[in-house]
Design a protein around this ligand. Structure first.
Ligand code: ZN
Length: 137
């Protein structure tokens, strides 16, 4: 026990706390001790919290609802083109199949300006995009 906290002061702290006084008022009454000094002593004595003590409320975090999963677009029905027959006017998206090793084909739709892929496959190659892009689509 520190020299400050005599039995009388401890009893005074206990009594004033039981009366519901705040630690700053208790510190002023006892004198010679700070509010934090009183809090520390009360904590070490495992005094129950008073009515006026701030109780920590669980925080209510604002959470965003999870973004809806992107709606998969159906594969465009296209006449698959073999890689050898493909020209600049064919989407280059590979169409895999079980027999891809023997019959490798690509999408074959008209590519979107500047892209090697058609509109559908360009979107697939780019991913879901930004929210505004998803809204615009
Ligand atoms: Zn395509």
């Amino acid at each position: 026990m520190s020299a400050f906290w005599t039995d009388d002061r401890v009893e005074q702290l206990r009594t004033l706390r039981a009366e519901g006084l705040s630690f700053s008022k208790i510190a002023a009454r006892i004198g010679g001790i700070s509010r934090n000094g009183c809090i520390g002593k009360a904590s070490r004595m495992e005094m129950p919290a008073g009515e006026g003590d701030r109780k920590l409320k669980p925080r209510m975090f604002k959470t965003r609802p999870p973004a809806p999963p992107p709606i998969p677009e159906p594969e465009p029905i296209s006449p698959p083109v073999t890689l050898i027959a493909a020209g600049p006017s064919h989407c280059r998206w590979p169409l895999w199949s079980d027999d891809a090793r023997h019959d490798f084909r690509i999408c074959g739709h008209a590519p979107e300006g500047g892209s090697p892929y058609c509109t559908h496959h360009r979107r697939r190659s780019m991913g879901a995009g930004t929210k505004s892009e998803r809204v615009a689509a």
